[in-house]
Design a binder for this molecule. Sequence first.
Ligand code: BG6
Length: 484
Amino acid sequence: IEVDPFDLIVFGATGDLAHRKLLPALYHRDCDGQLPDEARIIACARRDLEPGKYREWAEESVREHVGDLDETVFKRFLERIDYLAVDAGADKGWQDLAGVLAERPDVVRAFYLAVSPDFFGPICERIGAHDLVTDTTRVVIEKPIGKDGASAKKLNDTVGEVFREDQIFRIDHYLGKETVQNLMALRFANALFEPLWNSAHIDHVQITVAESLGVEGRAGYYDTAGALRDMVQNHLLQLLCLVAMEPPESMDADSVRDEKLKVLKALMPLDPETVEKRTVRGQYRAGASAGGAVSGYLEELGRTDSVTETFVAIKSEIANWRWSGVPFYLRTGKRLAARVSEIVVQFRPIPHSIFDGEAGSINANRLVIRLQPNEGVRMQIMIKDPGPGGMRLREVPLDMSFAEAFKVRNPDAYERLIMDVIRGNQTLFMRRDEVDAAWAWVDPILECWAQAKDAPKGYTSGTWGPSASIALIERDGRTWFEDM
Ligand code: BG6
């Protein structure tokens, strides 16, 4: 279905996000007939460039990131793109931008700030000063939203001076992933799971977001962030919220976000003693990846004194009726053994076995939601081994692979999210109080780590992280599932 006519103004249009994600996503939406004729993309960056030159770049990057192109659509798509040299931090170009936007005051106007957060303030101020905010204007910002609660507050205040909360779209691209949205379908469109979805039936939950790549060209940013800020404060906590939240009243943005907020607020805070016991920090050393030998984080950074973590494992708990006593083990890291994101819901064992020892052991049921790659849902259940040899039990997967079931291209998260911005649907975006609550839980961990005398534990690239992470879960008589 076509969205309303819009002007999408992309700041940072010559940057990586625009070229790798935004333009390819918009092209795909154009292919599917979702962009109306009156959709314009106004690319803005500081550099003086002819629009034709920018379109050449855009063409190159879309060709590079999208496989087979539909040349007719692609030609139409490129014609939608204009380029303006606008300086985020100075007055240059703003009059021109105001002039272009004034041609169509009634269409949806979306400012996408694909720039470093240092520019959020200056850009918003100028948007305000030039009176560019109409009733149907929205602004999109990307993480990192602050480096702690205090800086996030400052940043949100600055944006909030120009835009109302219902105009601010804070992207967490994990919420746009098909399989993440599917988590809501799984939980709330099936009668099967919800009655069992609590501490009486669930033993624990594991959320793993493992990457095989290192920090690549981003060491400069990454070293100021680390895995806790880069991944846990946003992506992993959002996943935890979707697993743990109460059924919202509807898919309406505030109903969903109210429920996620309650989960974040119920997260059991960690203090210096519990941080020591329940968190593990790691930093990758040299090792091997699929492509061969790789160097360690410090060598890549070119410094030897960094204590930035590239791996984190945390045992968290949610202090409410539904989840009391059920650990949520979170784990994420770079240069791990595989690129895989999974949520594992481990059910409790059956209360009593009617089978004798010959039947073999009975494994408790396990629901595995594979977010990427090979997206799918798998339920591990026990069955009888076929054949006349008596009652022998065996664990088998009830397996649903999206690729096999649907045979369609899996759209990138940004495709869904950009269209939601145009439609004004905030369900898959973070509300300000969610960001604050996530920082409120993360801040004390960061403070304890800053005061701790020890550095993150080294782990060899291509493994599953420091052995302390294995100890973290095995101390509780459990184990990480890596049968992915
Ligand atoms: C980003 C992080 O938000 O998510 C990166 O800044 C990380 O460090 C990336 O690599 C992972 O996203 P995806 O979609 O590849 O799992």
